[in-house]
Design a protein around this ligand. Structure first.
Ligand SMILES: Cc1cc2nc3c(=O)[nH]c(=O)nc-3n(C[C@H](O)[C@H](O)[C@H](O)COP(=O)(O)O)c2cc1C
Length: 173
C-alpha cells in the first residue's frame, strides 16, 4: 500500500488532545492541504479559518455546544479549531468545503497530528452570535458554516477503527 492509501486507512477521528498549541509550520501544512482541495471549476468558494486564540476557540466551542443544548467542549480540548465556510451563493459550496475538510484531516494524520470533524457549523453561523463572530473576523453573512475540525497533538492511544460497511460499494458489471 502506498503512503496515501495507508493514510486513508489509518486516519482516525481523535477525541483527546494535549493542551499545547500546534506549531505554526504544522498548522500551515494542514491549512495548505485544505486550500489545495479540488473545487468545481476551481472557483474555491471556501474560507478556511484557523482559530488558535483561546478566547475565540472557547467561544466557538460554547456556540457549538449550545446547538446541542450541552455545556461540554465538543472539540475535546483541542487547542486549535479549523472552521470551513462556503459562499451561500455557490452551487457546490458545501461539496467544495467538504473536500477541504477531508484533505486537512488526511494531511493532519500524515504529519502525526490528530483531528476530528466536529459538526453544527451551519447552525452556529446561521445564528446572530455566529454572524457577529464572523463580522469580528472581517467576514459578512454571505458565508455559510459547513464543518470544523478539532486539531492538535494526540493525547493517549489512537482508537481502533470501527471499520466500514461492505455494502457501501456496489460494482455494476
Ligand atoms: C459530517 C461529519 C460530522 C461529524 N461530526 C462529528 C461530531 O460532531 N463529533 C465527533 O466527535 N465526531 C464527528 N464526526 C466523526 C465521525 O464520527 C467519524 O468520522 C466516524 O465515526 C468514523 O470514524 P473515523 O473517522 O475514526 O474513521 C463527524 C464526521 C463527519 C464526516
Amino acid at each position: 500500500m502506498n503512503e496515501v492509501l495507508k493514510a486513508i486507512h489509518e486516519r482516525r477521528s481523535i477525541r483527546s488532545y494535549e493542551a499545547r498549541q500546534v506549531s505554526e509550520a504544522e498548522l500551515d501544512a494542514v491549512l495548505d492541504a485544505g486550500r489545495w482541495a479540488p473545487s468545481a471549476m476551481n472557483r474555491q468558494p471556501v474560507k478556511i479559518i484557523a482559530v488558535t486564540n483561546k478566547e475565540y476557540r472557547d467561544t466557538v466551542s460554547r456556540l457549538n455546544a449550545a446547538v446541542m443544548g450541552s455545556s461540554n467542549d465538543p472539540f475535546y480540548g483541542a487547542p486549535c479549531i479549523i472552521i470551513v465556510l462556503c459562499q451561500r451563493s455557490a452551487a457546490t459550496g458545501r461539496e467544495d468545503a467538504t473536500l477541504a475538510l477531508s484533505n486537512m484531516m488526511l494531511a493532519a494524520h500524515s504529519i502525526g497530528l490528530g483531528s476530528c470533524w466536529i459538526n453544527r457549523e451551519k447552525e452556529i453561523f446561521d445564528s446572530q452570535e455566529g454572524k457577529d463572530l464572523l463580522a469580528k473576523w472581517g467576514l459578512d453573512d454571505s458565508w455559510m458554516g459547513v464543518g470544523a475540525l478539532a486539531l492538535g497533538y494526540i493525547k493517549g492511544e489512537v482508537p481502533a477503527s470501527k471499520g466500514r460497511r461492505d455494502d457501501v460499494i456496489l460494482k455494476v458489471r
